[in-house]
Design a protein around this ligand. Sequence first.
Ligand code: MSP
Length: 520
Amino acid sequence: MSVSRPPFYVTTPIYYVNDKPHIGHAYTTLACDVLARFKRLDGFDVRFLTGTDEHGQKIEAAARAADMEPQAFTDRVSESFRSLLGIMNYTPDDFIRTTEPRHKTACQDLWNRLVERGDIYLGSYAGWYSTPDEAFVTETELVTGPDGVKRAPSGAVVEWVEEPSYFFRLSRWQEPLLEFYRTHPDFIAPESRRNEIIRFVEGGLTDLSVSRTTFSWGVPVPGDERHVMYVWMDALTNYITALGYPEQDGDYARYWPADIHMVGKDIVRFHAVYWPAFLLAADLEPPKRVFAHGWWTNEGEKISKRLGNIIDPVDLVNTYGLDAVRYFLMREVPFGNDGDFSHRAMVGRVNSELANDLGNLAQRSLSMIAKNCGGQVPQPLEFTPDDEVMLGAAQAMLSAVRAALDRQAFGEALETIWVVVRQANAYIDRQAPWVLRKTDTGRMGTVLYVLAETVRRIAILMQPFTPNAAARLLDQLACKDDARAFGALEPSVRLVPGTELPAPAGVFPRYVDPESAETK
Ligand code: MSP
């Protein structure tokens, strides 16, 4: 029987290559990686895209500051984003760079479609521009600080720009966009962002400047090479470039519209207003969903270069371990809210949840099996109601976790799993297999079977979050590679009694402060 695998296309923003990756970048890509891994295990044909945003004034300036040619500079910085993939164990299917020839073709084709449809015209721009945000800032958005300096809402200093410019007729897409939001209630999430965007569009849209002439690091406007395309128009197009656009068959036909564009809250307007407007105008389909996550602070402080408190994901991984970092970021705050990164919170989660709750559960169960059941999956006798409740809870996780992840509620998904982890710890304490060892070995085997089967289901579901530890747990349960996808969570699939198990070993180490470890 051939089973059809539905397509699932998930994208990260493409990252500016003006600086090396930090926790914000690692976070957005992690969320996408968890989703991509989950969907693959759930039988989807996943396309997961990430990459780097390499054009524009900001990058050109960063290259100049580094005394390098923009191409050589972007080659170098882009590589540091690519290397983060391996460090964080991300599994994208493609990595796009906007300086690639395939991207220029896609951008110019989209531009031409917009021109053909009458949505682009030549004019001139006179107004404020924020280079750090690569955004035009209106008078009403301007914030003048006590120092008299004019800033964008992001806090970035703006500059006055006057130059000839092509404009996109965004104003004429106001009503169609509002209609699109009405008919696609899941298009923007969370709800607060949706409301914010709807209010913004209802407030009126003015035409958008989509080309620049005062620098040249960008995709040339077809037919008028004094202009380069506005970097956001260039950047957003990456999502279809990577599917082979302008070809509209093949990958584009299969994966577009994207199931989800994952973005930070600061760039939701570009994804939820400008991008669908460009696509509607070009007679292409908008993506299905844009999810805007919150921002991390560091020990309560806004993260900024100026404060020197940027969190380097590589340092985090070296300090706490990869699985711990992945777990913490997905668990600590409800996805969509802002969150605070602190050493205390991190250590608390690692030690109490990973090491104690799940690590001990697995270790206690598996080492009892190793010692008392000849290192084989024990043969269960008849299940008691308590056993059945435990097995039932383990079995019910998948649908609840799936529903949570379909709303990008990563924390809730983990909480669903943790309810079962805690339940299993209570079950082992109640059943006390170490007492049964002396009184009723048949019953002991049954209890250990229930526990091992519960751990198997937990480990399968933990693969997207903590891939290394989950794989090691599944190794210890002798689960074959082809028995790790969610098909192995069907009620009919259970551990086979008599299966030889390798020697157990802990998979979630406790975090021990290096200083206190030395003084011991
Ligand atoms: N190049 C644009 C995106 C173009 S997509 C067509 C861009 N790049 S970025 O490198 O500045 O940022 C990428 C992502 O990092 C954004 O989603 C942003 O929200 C996220 N973060 C940056 N700092 C962050 C935190 N402190 N916390 C969480 N995410 C943060 O924008």
